[in-house]
Design a protein around this ligand. Structure first.
Ligand code: AMP
Length: 211
């Protein structure tokens, strides 16, 4: 199955993609994670992406296109969840071409609907483990006492000014893709509020209907 998990930053795409990975065998392809790893390793892509990511802007389309297409090809074009790709009309059009060229159509674009105030709360209180990438929420899912607190940090782009920019970028450049996938008959909107389990359950129901 080939799924796009769609929604604003902080909608819970990463959390839900990791759950679907362990429960349904769908592999998470998260361009944000690929980019952060490239930045950490100071690869040419990482060095090019750095200034965009730090400001909360989108990395140029052509850079991200290659990362996403290579990751999909690595998974033999099947059983994946795209998390954070596509994010612009250009990326969506390239992805459609890529689906056609590889006979690998996307089955659904599941869009998590979350109001801005919930997003700002989630992102400002989100913390991430430097090594495992596991995310926590200071109120709802705090790091356990046996986790070294020095290893749990706030992502630079989760700081308030950058969060506001990321949300603006989402509304202007990414949200219009809902119409693009609606026109293709692939859009499924889901309530992204409530507990992690509630949202997982809603997504599972959609995937069961598709199977
Ligand atoms: P994320 O972890 O998905 O929030 O992504 C973190 C950052 O990586 C974003 O704010 C962008 O700067 C960059 N990024 C991730 N995916 C894309 C994409 N599909 N297009 C452009 N930039 C991206």
């Amino acid at each position: 199955m080939r799924i796009i998990l769609f929604g604003p930053p902080g909608a819970g795409k990463g959390t839900q993609a990791r759950l679907l990975e362990s429960n349904r065998g769908l592999e998470q392809i998260a361009t944000g994670n690929i980019i952060r790893s490239a930045m950490k390793n100071e690869t040419p892509v990482g060095l090019e992406a750095k200034s965009y990511v730090e400001k909360g802007d989108l990395v140029p389309d052509k850079v991200v296109r290659k990362l996403a297409e290579n990751a999909i090809a690595d998974r033999d074009y099947d059983d994946f969840i795209l998390d954070g790709y596509p994010r612009t009309t250009q990326q969506a059009e390239w992805l459609t071409e890529f689906e056609e060229a590889n006979d690998a159509p996307i089955h659904a674009c599941i869009s998590l609907q979350v109001p801005d105030d919930v997003i700002v709360d989630r992102l400002s209180k989100r913390r991430v483990h430097k090594e495992t990438g596991k995310t926590y929420h200071l109120d709802h899912d705090p790091p356990p006492a046996d986790v070294d607190s020095d290893m749990v940090v706030q992502r630079d782009d989760d700081k308030p000014a950058t969060v506001r920019n990321r949300l603006n970028v989402y509304r202007e450049e990414t949200e219009p893709l809902e119409d693009y996938y609606d026109r293709r008959g692939l859009l499924v909107k889901i309530d992204g509020t409530g507990s992690i389990d509630d949202v997982h359950h809603r997504i599972n129901n959609v995937l069961d209907d598709l199977a």
